[in-house]
Design a protein around this ligand. Structure first.
Ligand code: CO8
Length: 257
């Protein structure tokens, strides 16, 4: 990997992906996105990994798609490159994915953050969809995920003016889960990851799938989908272990089976 660093056991059962193009503020070129996709695929298949944290550095999570790489492209170049198939594969990651965001999360960087299941932000984090300032618009889900996360009025304002919002405002409008001092954002993400890693990985996977389903379907179908996944947890050893441990007043030990 040239543009990311992957640590499969950064903490027990918790992997870390760190974007590593610091001079370019982690601008997302095509190769970097492919590396994230490949890393996630490998971590998805690794039974020792239960949760993944993705981060940048203190100054930037990612300042967007690589403008220098995109600038001269035609619409047909974009169509043929089909970079969003990479994003589609990233979106299919089945384990909990936590973004640890500090500094800039702009354009594609904000969109990458929004593909995470939860976000921990440092006090210096800034979120924005500034594509309008360079004559284009969000293309990796920004108009859709941001609107679902923060509502129409705020999403319109961010997408049409390109203005950034602070970590505190992102928290207030429901884009991020928690905001912590800059020295603590990664540790806080690990803490959140560890608490999820202690749960049944089978249940976590089915629950994530069910929550995500709520964005893609109507209530009746969503409830039906949830119910099927709920029933499916009863096929797992983890459900037997979890309920037995409750009855026996001990801590459960989940095996992911
Ligand atoms: N692409 C390429 N290079 C970048 C990018 C970027 N998005 N952002 C920063 N850089 C580079 C700068 O060119 C500079 O390089 P150099 O030192 O060689 O000149 C270096 O990073 C440091 O940046 P600055 O000197 O500009 O740092 P400042 O602190 O002065 O400013 C900003 C920081 C405000 C973040 C500023 O760099 C900026 O405005 N960056 C661009 C933000 C932006 O417009 N992002 C949206 C890009 S478009 C997009 O994301 C489309 C998404 C849809 C497709 C997704 C596919 C991945």
């Amino acid at each position: 990997m040239e543009f990311i660093l992957v640590t499969p056991q950064a903490r027990p059962a918790v992997a870390l992906i760190q974007l590593n193009r610091p001079k370019e503020l982690n601008a997302l070129n095509l190769q970097l996105m492919q590396e994230i996709r490949d890393a996630l695929k490998a971590l998805d298949e690794d039974d020792a990994v239960r949760v993944v944290v993705i981060t940048g550095n203190e100054r930037a999570f990612a300042a967007g798609a690589d403008i220098k790489q995109m600038a001269g492209k035609t619409a047909i170049d974009m169509l043929i490159t089909d970079q969003f198939s990479t994003w589609d594969q990233i979106r299919k990651f089945r384990k909990p994915l936590i973004g640890a965001v500090s500094g800039f999360a702009l354009g594609g960087g904000c969109e990458l953050a929004m593909t995470c299941d939860m976000l921990v932000a440092s006090e210096t984090a800034q979120f924005g969809q500034p594509e309008i300032r360079i004559g284009t618009m969000p293309g990796a889900g920004g108009t859709q995920r941001l609107t679902r996360a923060v509502g129409k009025a705020k999403a319109m304002e961010m997408v049409l003016t390109g203005e950034f919002i602070s970590a505190q405002e992102a928290h207030r409008v429901g884009l991020v889960n928690r905001v912590v001092p800059v020295g603590q954002y990664l540790e806080e993400a690990y803490r959140l990851a560890a608490s999820i890693a202690a749960m049944s990985p089978v249940a976590a996977r089915l629950a994530k799938e069910s929550v995500n389903r709520s964005f893609e379907t109507h209530l009746d179908e969503g409830l039906h989908f949830e119910r099927k996944n709920f029933y499916l947890t009863f096929a797992s050893e983890d459900q037997k272990e979890g309920m037995a441990a409750f009855v026996e007043k001990r801590k459960p030990e989940f095996k992911g089976r």
